[in-house]
Design a protein around this ligand. Sequence first.
Ligand code: R5P
Length: 294
Amino acid sequence: MKSLLLYFEDEQASAERLAAAANLAAACIERHRFPDGELRLRLPPTLPSRVVMFRSLHQPNEKLIELLLSCQTARQLGAKHITLVAPYLAYMRQDMAFQPGEAISQHLVGGFLAQLVDAVITVDPHLHRVQSLKQALPVVQAMAISAAPLLSDVIATRHKAPLLIGPDEESQAWVSLAAARHQFDFGVCRKIRTGDHSVQITLPPVGVKGRHVVLIDDIASTGQTLAQAAKALSAAGSASVDVAVTHALFAPGALERIKNSGVQNIWSTDSIAHPSNVVNLAASLAEALGHDLS
Ligand code: R5P
């Protein structure tokens, strides 16, 4: 029996795109919320031995409980192997205790997910101080694909010779990958963050005057990182500033903040459904699933 892809109704569109690309049957997990906020989930009563659980983990807290309930239930209903496809993987940025007593969320959430599933496929996980996804999420198979080449392809259709800029050292991996795809020039800023909304950016020593600049990052949350970088680039004489991000988290106020900083276009992938989506990840995720399921 073939694998079955399970999803939740709020992600039906992207789950169905993946199911079509991977040639898998798909079924929705029914969800009922009790008046006190607790959840009741219902899965198809008979499951094949291999199940693909599709859940992008933005706004993750309740979704982690959903995964606990749905993956354990899937096992009881016959699943022997579960692959979690989480285009956005949450809690990866807190990879150390920056202050004494802080929870190291990356280890804890990674360990929690590893107890539920056998394999994980994700996109551009924020791995700063660890070398591989498997270190953060110790499952048998952990696969991270990058959207940087796909975002680079979009940029290539919009600008002839853009300058790609990563807004902080942590974006080096993505910006260099995106630049290599089309031999674009690139540079990486330095960033000092002193709070959720407090960010200082120093531009790299590359000429930005008159250049069409595209800021590339994995995540846009408050938008402060991109907004401060865009302001610095405009002040340095850039001809235009656009933004390309993998994960369009966009906390309340972020889009306005980025637009008000002089950014013209915002492009993102559909790892999180958002009006800025221009890259469809289904084919790349299906290819990764092909490796996982073969
Ligand atoms: C951190 O280094 C990430 O790569 C992003 O730059 C960061 O999470 C963006 O956050 P915000 O939009 O809140 O500045």
